[in-house]
Design a protein around this ligand. Structure first.
Ligand code: IYR
Length: 229
């Protein structure tokens, strides 16, 4: 029989809030997050590394499949590395916008006004590359299966974006495709796949964003309640 670890249990550290406090916090957070917008026009105003580190602590607190925490974050503030990333990303984007994307995709992107030009990859103070660990590596180099990797990394990325926005920073979820070049530039091992390049910093003075709309709340949420409402 396989020897399995017994669960070790500790008391839950839970912050008990009153119902009014709960309601107020839920509203306040929804209102804060509703004002998050993806930004493509960044200022070069610096952001302390400690701020990024705290936001990464939030990301790393995410729940994950079998608590394997199958993520790694590389925060890049070095201008020379950012320049390399920009050059490699723009090369992929030129191929993408030059035809690889196909007509349907380019039509879907048209309202965003994006193109292959990615100056923000050098202007913004921080680029955060989010890596997904397709599998883990044990002490003797053995392969450890990871579970729910895309879901876990997606949750961690969501928390990271929320943390950065809550801190007062703007973000862009950028996904140059393919983005294997990020593994080389960041010096990450083959079991890790780069999934998102998150740009973080302050918006440029007078930054504008596309006039887009969120789906109406009724379209994104349904309710099944005992009183038949
Ligand atoms: N990676 C490209 C294209 C792009 C794709 C999607 I889906 C977007 O929501 C936005 C852009 C780029 O960054 O321009």
């Amino acid at each position: 029989m396989t020897q399995r670890a017994q669960p070790q249990l500790v008391p839950l550290d839970f912050i008990a809030r009153t119902p009014p406090e709960t309601a107020e916090r839920a509203t306040a957070f929804a209102d804060l997050m509703a004002r998050r917008r993806t930004v493509r026009d960044f200022s070069d105003r610096p952001v302390p590394r400690a701020v990024i580190a705290d936001c990464l602590r939030t990301a790393a607190s995410a729940p994950s499949g079998a608590n394997q925490q199958p993520w790694h974050f590389v925060a890049i503030g070095d201008p020379a590395t950012k320049a390399r990333i920009r050059a490699a990303a723009e090369a992929e984007e030129r191929a993408f916008y030059g035809g690889r994307a196909g007509d349907e995709w380019l039509t879907a992107l048209a309202p965003l006004g994006t193109d292959a030009h990615k100056p923000f990859l050098e202007t913004a103070p921080w680029l955060i590359v989010i890596f997904a660990q397709r599998h883990g590596v044990g002490p003797d180099g053995e392969r450890i299966k990871h579970y729910y990797v895309p879901e876990s990394v997606g949750i961690a990325t969501g928390l990271l974006i929320a943390a950065l926005h809550n801190a007062g920073l703007a973000t862009l979820t950028h996904t140059p495709s393919p983005m294997g070049f990020l593994s080389d530039i960041c010096g990450r091992p083959a079991n890790e796949k780069p999934v998102i390049l998150l740009v973080a910093g302050y918006p440029a003075q007078g930054a504008v964003v596309p006039a887009i709309h969120r789906k109406p709340f009724e379209a994104v949420a349904s309710w099944i309640e005992a009183d038949g409402r």
